[in-house]
Design a protein around this ligand. Structure first.
Ligand code: ATP
Ligand code: LTN
Length: 335
């Protein structure tokens, strides 16, 4: 009866407005898991500054992201919702783990390679050591599970390697976390270039759908979504051959709960016009209550402040237990 609840940690950078990709790949699962686990859901602003940010925008987005977490169904009473920079233990453990992470390991990270190609004028040390800070986020809370989209699997695996290395030297200090990746929606692609991941830093606005976007803009983007030149039996599950259609089918499946087989049956004999409209409408209906609730919450800043303060206090308490152990193990004098 008194069995300890398993722990979950996940985070999203306030580096842009939240997308349908992050909702379907991550947040949707956070909500589902929040009943049976002890959950820490973070706004990782320290990760966000690895790419240059406008300070006022970063602050606005962090608060709006908190409102969106709550609006997506994360109850602040049941979950610890907080902002990374408010809990100094993340930076402290991040530094320590930097000393247990290898240059070669960091060099192999695809996100580092992608982001340094996109930000050639600012390949800073933080962008490079980003995964050790992410490992600190996860390990501080002795997390068992990390619900993320597929692109983050490599980082969670590196986190396990770092934890194993540390435990190998000092004994069992850290719990080894597992990634938790959804079966559908693990990788939502851009609507205009379905070979690329839908991403909030995407330069092509039509490719990305945002949680807070207005219904008419969402519908317009779906109407323009890239498909192919098939005319007969065109809504078919064939990801390699029809990436644009497969992406829309994934989105529709996530929004409605229908299987690929049921989606094919629904659109048998119909064209892309009907299909894209239906997918767009399903997303509008999925996001409508979230947007409305988030807009309401944004009017109540005092409430949001009380949520993140309370979250930071709870997180700091849990983090300090791990930090005490780590300080002792590495040989720091007790403060
Ligand atoms: P950026 O463009 O700044 O790198 P992003 O849009 O890729 O940001 P993240 O903040 O990196 O979003 O991701 C937040 C969470 O959502 C992560 O768990 C990530 O795996 C997941 N996620 C992001 N984009 C997608 C997507 N297109 N499909 C599925 N999951 C996604
Ligand atoms: N690297 C992640 C964001 C992130 C994260 C974390 C996710 C930072 N720390 C800890 C899960 C657990 C990203 O870029 N999406």
């Amino acid at each position: 009866m008194d069995e300890k609840r398993k722990i979950i940690f996940s985070g999203i950078q306030p580096s842009g407005d939240l997308t349908l990709g992050s909702y379907m790949g991550a947040i949707r699962n956070w909500v589902e898991l929040s009943d049976s686990y002890d959950c820490y859901y973070c706004i990782v602003d320290m990760h966000a500054i690895t790419v240059r940010q406008d300070p006022a925008e970063l602050r606005r987005r962090a608060l709006s992201q908190l409102a969106q977490y709550i609006a997506c169904g994360l109850d602040p009473q049941k979950n610890t919702l907080f902002i990374q920079s408010h809990v100094p233990a993340h930076a402290q453990l991040g530094w320590i783990l930097d000393c247990y992470t290898m240059f070669g390991e960091l060099s192999r990270m695809t996100q580092f390679k992608d982001k340094s190609a996109k930000n050639a004028e600012n390949i800073n040390a933080g962008l490079f050591t980003y995964p050790s800070l992410m490992a600190a986020d996860i390990l501080l809370y002795q997390s068992d599970l990390v619900p993320v989209g597929e692109d983050q699997k490599q980082h969670v695996e590196l986190c396990r390697d770092i934890a194993q290395r540390f435990n190998g030297i000092y004994g069992d200090v850290f719990t080894l976390p597992e990634p938790f990746i959804p079966k559908t929606g693990a990788r939502i692609m851009s609507l205009t270039t379905p070979e690329n991941k839908m991403s909030k830093s995407d330069k092509d606005p039509g490719g990305c759908i945002y949680i807070m976007q207005k219904p008419e803009d969402i519908l317009r983007s779906f109407k323009r979504a890239k498909t192919d030149s098939d005319t007969e039996n065109c809504v078919r599950w064939a990801p390699a051959e029809k990436p644009g259609v497969a992406n829309l089918m994934q989105i529709y499946s996530c929004a409605t709960g229908l299987t690929m087989y049921e989606i094919e049956a629904e659109f048998a004999g119909k064209g892309y016009g009907d299909f894209k409209l239906k997918v767009g409408e399903s997303v509008v209906e999925l996001l409508r209550p979230i947007r409305e609730r988030a807009e309401d919450l944004m009017k109540n800043k005092d409430y949001l402040i009380s949520v993140y303060r309370d979250g930071a206090e709870r997180a700091a308490r849990a983090a300090s237990r791990t930090m005490r152990k780590v300080y002792k193990k590495v040989g720091f004098v007790e403060p």
